[in-house]
Each structure stands twice: as structure tokens, then as C-alpha cells.
Write a protein that binds this ligand. Structure first.
Ligand code: TYD
Length: 356
């Protein structure tokens, strides 16, 4: 699978559909092949399910568990008919809602058991998760001020006030999902203007995807096969370059891009990368700096990312520069996003050990 899968989440009228459309337009204008889709309903079967589950007809109550299976059936069809094939063809897939909607609406909103829900979602999607989920977060007051459409669907008409309303619970659901998966779900403040929200959406996208764009090959495979070779005794530089070309890397320039690679090597030598047999070490920043400035950038980047996963790349780089100046009295490079970006991406890929 080589495409990129992005989902947008949020409560009704959070403005996520507008943002999903804007991101699709933005990426298409830059030459990406984008499939913009939504749930429920973006397949033939899905249209039928959508009608069943959202039409505001008085057909009697829909049981919460039945509702769960309807959304999940729609999703299974959506994944197998559209999402997976598009990703396999290398496209960018942007879905307006995906599994987190079910957790938030059916789990937190309707109160269904969360473990059961996760298991059912796993079956429905075959375990397919988005690379990035952008959660457009708005509070209930802001939503209530937004103009109501003339007709609302069955679920949108859910809230009738009360202390802990349906939509407050749903919002809480998104919040908890975001807190438990900070390297997949990114929160964007949806109370800002459409343009300001979009600026933040682009920021998340660029921060998360840039490494893949930069090298055009899978960073995880690159790092893991490099480590395998190094552990067989090949020199890191040779292993890194060889792996790059083996994986189909074409740019002779990227093959020679040493700076972020050196940062990765240092992370490996410090035992920070999963899959390495090196013991975990925590040396002084000075020691790291002396052996590789990029290693120091990468290590500092990780410190900040762990603290604040959705930190922007520019804020990250500014902080790193400050630390180098204040702690080491050295002047950092003027512009070096490579090592911090690779550190960012390694963390996102679940390759970083940090629990010591
Ligand atoms: P839609 O009109 O697509 O809403 P929006 O414009 O907010 O995206 O309708 C989707 C509705 O279905 C919305 O109220 C959320 C709800 N829903 C669930 O309850 N569970 C789910 O798994 C999904 C995908 C949607």
C-alpha cells in the first residue's frame, strides 16, 4: 500500500467537510491524485445504508447496536470497494469521517461498550487505519451559533439540551481518542475562521507527510533494513545508501542526503529505535553534539514531540535552536529541518523507544 490515507473527524457542523474539500483541492492543485470520500454512503450499498440510518423518517427507533452495525457495514464496503484499492494505486484518500466517528457517536454518544466497538471496527476495516486523522474541534456553543440547515438528519436532531448532552459526549469521545493516539490524531481548533483552520490543517499535513514526499520511499523499511545490514557488520553509510536504492529510491541526491540519516544513526546508536539491539543510553547533549550535530537536533526534537505531539515544525526547530544556544553555547545551523523531520516521522511510525 503506497497511498496516503487521511480522515477528518468532528461533531456535526464542525466544518470538517469544508476542510476536507479544501485539502483535496490544495493537493490536486499540486499534482496529487486525490479521492475525496465520506461516510456513511459513498458506495452504492452505502447509499442505501445512509438512507436507512440517517433519514429523519418516523420508522420507529433504530436500536443502538443495529445502528452500529449499519455504520460498520457501510465502512466495510467503503474500505474494500474504494479506500484500499485507491491506496494500492498510490492515491491520496481523504475521508470525511471514519472509525473515530463510530467510537465517538456509538461509543460515547450512545454508550455502547468501547472494547466491543473497537473489535467490530477492526473486523469492518481489516485493521486499516488512517495515516493521519485531523480532528476539527469545536465547542457546542460555537456550533449552536452556526446557521442550522433547514433539515437535519436523524442523528443531528439528537440533542435537546440537558446537562451532559449527546454532542458533549461525542466531543469527549473524539478528545479521548486524540489523547490516546497522539501520533495519529491531530487536533485543529475549529472555532477559527475557515482560512485559519485550513492553515492549521495544512500544517498538520506538511509536518506528517513531508518525509515521505521528500524521499519517495517508505521510511520505516529504509530504517529497519539499514539496521539489519548494520547489525550484520556493514558500515552505516553504505547500508543506508544501499537500502535507499534497493527500495526503489531514484534520486541520486536523496541517496546522498546525509544530514537526517546521521540523526537516525545517532538515534540507533543510543538505542532509541525499535528493532535495534543497542542498549538504551542517555548521554549528555554535549556528547551527542560532538559526535553529530544532526543527532543532537534529532534527540531534542524527540523531547519536544513527546511533550507536545502536534507541535509545528517551525516551532520545533526554533526550540531546538534555543536549546543548542542556551545549553551548549553553540550556534545551530540556520536551516536544518531534515533531522527533526525524520525524528518526527520515526516517532509517528512507532519506531521510537522513549520509555526510560
Ligand atoms: P453527515 O450528513 O455525513 O454528517 P456530517 O455532515 O456531520 O459529516 O451524517 C453523518 C452522521 O452520521 C453524523 O451525525 C454522524 C453520524 N455517524 C455516526 O453516528 N457513526 C458513524 O460511524 C458515522 C460514520 C457517522
Amino acid at each position: 500500500m503506497s497511498g496516503i490515507f487521511i480522515s477528518f473527524e468532528g461533531i456535526d457542523k464542525s466544518g470538517k467537510s469544508t476542510q476536507a474539500k479544501k485539502l483535496a483541492g490544495h493537493l490536486r492543485a499540486r499534482g496529487h491524485e486525490v479521492v475525496l470520500t465520506y461516510e456513511p454512503g459513498d458506495t452504492e450499498l452505502g447509499q442505501e445504508i445512509r438512507r436507512l440510518v440517517l433519514e429523519n423518517k418516523s420508522r420507529g427507533e433504530i436500536d443502538a447496536t443495529a445502528e452500529l452495525f449499519l455504520f460498520s457495514a457501510d465502512r466495510a464496503q467503503h474500505v474494500n470497494e474504494l479506500i484500499r484499492p485507491s491506496l494500492d494505486a498510490g492515491k491520496v484518500v481523504i475521508s470525511d469521517r471514519y472509525v473515530d466517528s463510530t467510537l465517538a457517536y456509538q461509543g460515547y454518544g450512545r454508550g455502547l461498550n468501547l472494547d466491543d466497538l473497537r473489535m467490530i471496527q477492526n473486523v469492518a476495516t481489516g485493521g486499516l487505519k488512517p495515516d493521519i486523522t485531523i480532528w476539527i474541534d469545536v465547542d457546542l456553543q460555537t456550533v449552536q451559533k452556526r446557521e442550522l440547515p433547514l433539515f437535519s438528519d436523524r442523528i443531528e436532531s439528537e440533542d435537546r439540551g440537558g446537562e451532559k448532552t449527546f454532542f458533549q459526549r461525542v466531543r469527549q469521545g473524539f478528545k479521548e481518542a486524540y489523547q490516546s493516539e497522539p501520533n495519529r490524531i491531530f487536533r485543529v481548533d475549529g472555532t477559527q475562521s475557515v482560512d485559519a483552520v485550513f492553515k492549521d490543517v495544512k500544517k498538520v499535513f506538511v509536518n506528517q507527510i513531508s518525509v515521505r514526499d521528500l524521499y519517495k520511499i517508505d521510511l520505516k523499511d529504509w530504517v529497519l533494513s539499514t539496521i539489519e545490514k548494520v547489525e550484520k557488520g556493514i558500515d552505516w553509510n553504505c547500508a543506508w545508501k544501499e537500502t535507499y536504492f534497493e527500495l526503489g529510491g531514484k534520486s541520486r541526491e536523496s541517496g546522498r542526503k546525509f544530514s537526517p540519516m546521521n540523526g537516525t544513526e545517532v538515534l540507533y546508536r543510543l538505542g532509541r529505535i525499535k528493532g535495534s539491539r543497542k542498549p538504551f543510553r542517555n548521554p549528555e547533549l554535549k556528547e551527542i553534539w560532538n559526535c553529530s550535530t544532526n543527532g543532537a537536533y534529532a534527540i531534542l526534537a524527540l523531547e519536544y514531540i513527546l511533550e507536545k505531539p502536534d507541535i509545528s515544525r517551525s516551532a520545533l526547530w526554533t526550540r531546538i535552536q534555543e536549546r543548542i544556544r542556551s545549553e551548549l553555547g553553540e550556534e545551530p545551523a540556520k536551516f536544518n529541518q531534515g533531522a527533526p523531520t525524520v525524528a518526527y516521522k520515526l516517532w509517528h511510525l512507532g519506531l521510537i523507544m522513549h520509555d526510560k
